[in-house]
Design a protein around this ligand. Structure first.
Ligand code: FMN
Length: 363
């Protein structure tokens, strides 16, 4: 179990700059230094979403395990699923350092990494080495900064990882690759989805299995922008949405220094905006399209609020920086207690119960 020592180890990482601390925490997971954290199986938290059976609804969001180095160690922390990437076809170094900033008072993070990653082949080799292991490992795919054809980069991702991914995330919402978010505009999105889903259909025949595809969107969209994405999501055989990536907004921050850094803001200050956008999308797409809610989740109460706003599943990353590696297990246990309190037969029963409140929240 993760005890006070792991919490202490996690806090002591604060003496390092954020990127060094991140590298050390991945190294610790690789060596098995972080203990296993079993969560009690609770049938009320088990759900089948997009054809995948999730043992619990809490996943690690993309960006922590960019190169697929530690998916199994992450699952041993109590996460019900994990997402590697974003991976791009070619390796790339990303933006200059420093490029991750902690907003400690706000429990937030700003990053402008710019898809630093070792490229498809490195992640492919690691995922191939664990291909017979169990556990839900999604692959988040993106485009190289200098690519001549962004859509082709996503198609390469689908083809490379089809045999290894439990699901795909098509990430068009990082603010740190110039022009990437333009893929959320209606015509560009249509062309992207057509190409990606056509590649999936071909690979499904070749592999004899169907791998679901989620689209990950930004929280900085207008109501019209949300309308367009919802319309395209519904008119294609897309399996779901992830709402949301980091924000360019800087509302309500106490920090006046780090807040000026360029990049995407995540963690607690993103909770309200990302939850409102999630509910606005749930209202638009209807009850059947799966949605994974991400942004600022730091407790079981936060996770349940995402579900009440319309999420089927929840992802987190930034708050783990502050709360330590035991956060997923704490949240999963906390969800069981909240279901006891609510006398709810399953977490699913509570979905959408605060949809109107969140969907009517002004951004
Ligand atoms: C340092 C850092 C790197 C990230 N890298 C990626 C990435 O490569 N791909 C992606 O889709 N999202 C990335 N994200 C966004 C997260 O996956 C998540 O959507 C967002 O941070 C909101 O969740 P959180 O508040 O729990 O962190 C990154 C976030 C952080 C903090």
């Amino acid at each position: 179990m993760i005890g006070p020592f792991a919490g202490l180890a996690s806090r002591s990482l604060f003496v390092f700059d954020p990127e060094t601390a991140h590298g050390l925490s991945v190294a610790a997971l690789k060596t098995g230094f972080v203990p296993v954290c079993r969560v009690p199986a609770d049938p009320r938290l088990v759900q089948t979403i997009a054809g995948i059976r999730f043992p619990n609804p809490i996943g690690l969001a993309a960006g922590y395990d960019k190169n697929a180095e530690v998916p199994d160690a992450i699952l041993r922390l109590g996460f019900g699923f994990t997402e590697v990437g974003t991976v791009t076809p070619k390796p790339q170094s990303g933006n200059d350092r420093p490029r991750i900033f902690r907003l400690v008072e706000d429990r937030g993070v700003i990053n402008r990494l710019g898809f630093n990653n070792e490229g498809h082949e490195a992640a492919f080799a690691r995922l191939t080495a664990r291909r017979n292991a169990s556990g839900i490992v999604g692959v988040n795919i993106g485009a190289n900064k200098d690519t001549a054809d962004r859509v082709a980069d996503y198609v390469l991702g689908i083809r490379r990882f089809y045999g290894l991914a439990t699901y795909f995330t098509v990430n068009i919402s990082s603010p740190n690759t110039p022009g990437l978010r333009d893929l959320q505009a209606r015509d560009s999105l249509r062309a992207l989805l057509e190409a990606v889903l056509a590649a999936c259909a071909e690979e499904a025949v070749r592999h004899g299995k169907s791998v679901p595809v989620f689209l990950k969107i930004a929280p900085d969209l207008t109501e019209e922008g949300l309308d367009d994405i919802a319309a395209e999501a519904i008119s294609h055989p897309l399996d779901g949405l992830i709402v949301s990536n980091t924000t360019l907004a800087r509302d309500g921050l106490k920090d006046r220094v780090q807040a000026k850094e360029a990049g995407g803001l995540s963690g607690a200050p993103l909770f309200r905006r990302s939850t409102a956008v999630l509910a606005k999308m749930r209202r638009r797409v209807g009850p059947d399209l799966p949605i994974i809610g991400a942004g600022g989740v730091s407790s079981a109460e936060d996770a349940l609020e995402k579900v009440r706003a319309g999420a089927d599943l929840v992802q987190l990353y930034s708050c783990m920086v502050y709360e330590g590696p035991g956060l997923a297990a704490t949240i999963v246990r906390g969800l069981s207690s909240l279901l006891d309190r609510e006398k709810a037969p399953s977490i699913r029963e509570l979905r959408d119960s605060r949809l109107d409140y969140w969907a009517d929240t002004k951004l």
